[in-house]
Ligand binder design. Sequence first.
Ligand SMILES: Cc1cc2nc3c(=O)[nH]c(=O)nc-3n(C[C@H](O)[C@H](O)[C@H](O)COP(=O)(O)OP(=O)(O)OC[C@H]3O[C@@H](n4cnc5c(N)ncnc54)[C@H](O)[C@@H]3O)c2cc1C
Length: 459
Amino acid sequence: MSSTLPSSLGETLRQLFGDRFSTAQVIREQHGRGESHHTPAIPDAVVFAQSTEEVAQIVRICAAQSVPVIAFGAGTSLEGHLTAVRGGVSIDLSRMSKISRVSAEDLDCTVEAGVTREQLNTHLRDMGLFFPIDPGANASIGGMAATRASGTNAVRYGTMRENVLSLTVVLPNGQIIRTGGRARKSSAGYDLTRLFVGSEGTLGIITEVTLRLYGIPETISAALCSFETVEQAVAAAIAVVQLGIPVARMELMDRGLIQAVNAYSSLSLKIEDTLAFEFHGSPASVREQIEMVAAIVEDNGGRDFEWANAPEDRNRLWKARHNAFYAVVSQRPNAKGWSSDVCVPVSELSGCIVMTRELLKTCSVPAAILGHVGDGNYHVVFAVDPDNRAELEEIAAINKKMVRYAISVGGTSTGEHGVGSGKIAYMREEHGDAVDLMAVIKNAIDPQNIMNPEKILPQ
Ligand SMILES: Cc1cc2nc3c(=O)[nH]c(=O)nc-3n(C[C@H](O)[C@H](O)[C@H](O)COP(=O)(O)OP(=O)(O)OC[C@H]3O[C@@H](n4cnc5c(N)ncnc54)[C@H](O)[C@@H]3O)c2cc1C
C-alpha cells in the first residue's frame, strides 16, 4: 500500500481536530478492515468527525490534494469495503450518534449516520416504535444505508432501500446536499436517495438519515420447526411466500449451523435442518398466520414446533441466530469468516440450495448454510484460514459457482452484504453494459476518484 498523505495535510487535520485525528497504528488497523477474511489495507490516518460540517471540512481538505477518504461506520461489513487500497483518510462517523428527531405521528425519524440500529431501537422502545432493518451486527445507520443492508426482517419490512426517506450527503468536493424529503411519495426529479443508498461510500459520505418507523406489533410470536432434509425446509418456506403469509422472519439454518450455534450459544436445539419464524400482528392475525404456516410445514414433512413466546426466549433465539457467523468461525482456532451472499427469485431457491449442498460435500473447511429464505437470500459461512492460499482458492471457487448459478437464474451476486472489493469481479457478468453507466455516474460525481476508491466498479 502506498502512503498518499502529504505531511502538510496531516498537520492541518491534527491542528483542526486535535486528539480526534490519529495516525496510531492500532487505530489505523481497526479502520482498514471489516469482519471477514479480506486482507486489510490500512488508511494513513483516521479522523473522528462530530458533525456534517466537520465531514465536509475534512473532505474539502483531502480533495484539494486528491487524497482518498473512506467513511467508517461500525466496521461490520463483510466484503472488503473498508480497505484503504490507496491509503488516505478514514472518516469515522461513530461519534455522530445524535437522534435528532422522532415523529410518532408520521412514523419517521432523523438520525446522525453513526447512530447504531440497537441504539435507535433502545431509544424508540418507550414510544412503542421500532426500526425493523436488522443485519444482526450492531451496524451504524449510515453504514446500513451505504451498503443497502437488510437481514432477518426484510421479508416483511423490506430493506434499507424501502426504509430510507431522505439523506444528508457530503459530496467529494465538500458540498453538502439533502436528497428526498419526509413525504411518503414524490415524483420530483431523479431519485438521488436511492442512488446513494448502496453506494458504499464511493459517491459521498452520508451524515444524516431520515428513516421510516413502525409501531411495535401488539403480538409477537416465534417458533422453530425441524425437517429431515434442507430441501423440505426450503419447500415449506417457498410455499409460505407464495401464499402471501406476512411472516416477519423466516430463517433457514441447516443442521451444521444448529450444531455450531448450540456449542457457541449454549443451546440444545434439535440438530436438524430448521426453519425459524417470527409472526407480528394483532392476536387474531398472528393466530391465523401460525395456523397457515403450521399446515404448510406439516405438508412438507416438518415437525416439532418449538415456541419462543416470552421476550427473553425470543431474544435468546434471535441472538443465537445473529451470532451464527461467529458460531461457525469459532469451530476452528484462528479462523476468519467468509460469507457468501447470493439471492435468487424465490422459485429458484430450491435448485440453488441443492447445488450448494453438492458443492459443500467435498469442502475441506467447516461451513454451514443459513438464509433469509423468504427473500430468496442465503449464505454459506466458511471458517477459513486467511493465510492458507489453497483454502482461499477452494472457497473462492465454490463462491464463484454459487454466484454464477444465481446470476444465471435471474438472481444477484449479493443480496445484502454489498460489493466492496469482494464482488467486483461479478459486476459485469451481473449488470452487463449498465456497469459503464455506473462508471459515468461515479466519474461525474467523483472525478478525482477519492471516495473509497477501487470498490464496486471494475477499474
Ligand atoms: C455477524 C454479522 C452478520 C451480518 N448479517 C448481515 C445481514 O443479515 N444483512 C446485511 O445486510 N448485512 C449483514 N452483515 C454485514 C454488515 O453488518 C452490514 O454490511 C452493515 O450494513 C455495515 O454497516 P457498518 O456501519 O458496520 O458499515 P462499515 O462496515 O463501517 O462500512 C461499510 C461500507 O459503507 C461505507 N460507509 C459506512 N458509513 C458510511 C457513511 N456514513 N456514508 C457513506 N458510506 C459509508 C464504508 O465506506 C464501507 O464501504 C453482517 C455482518 C456481521 C459481522
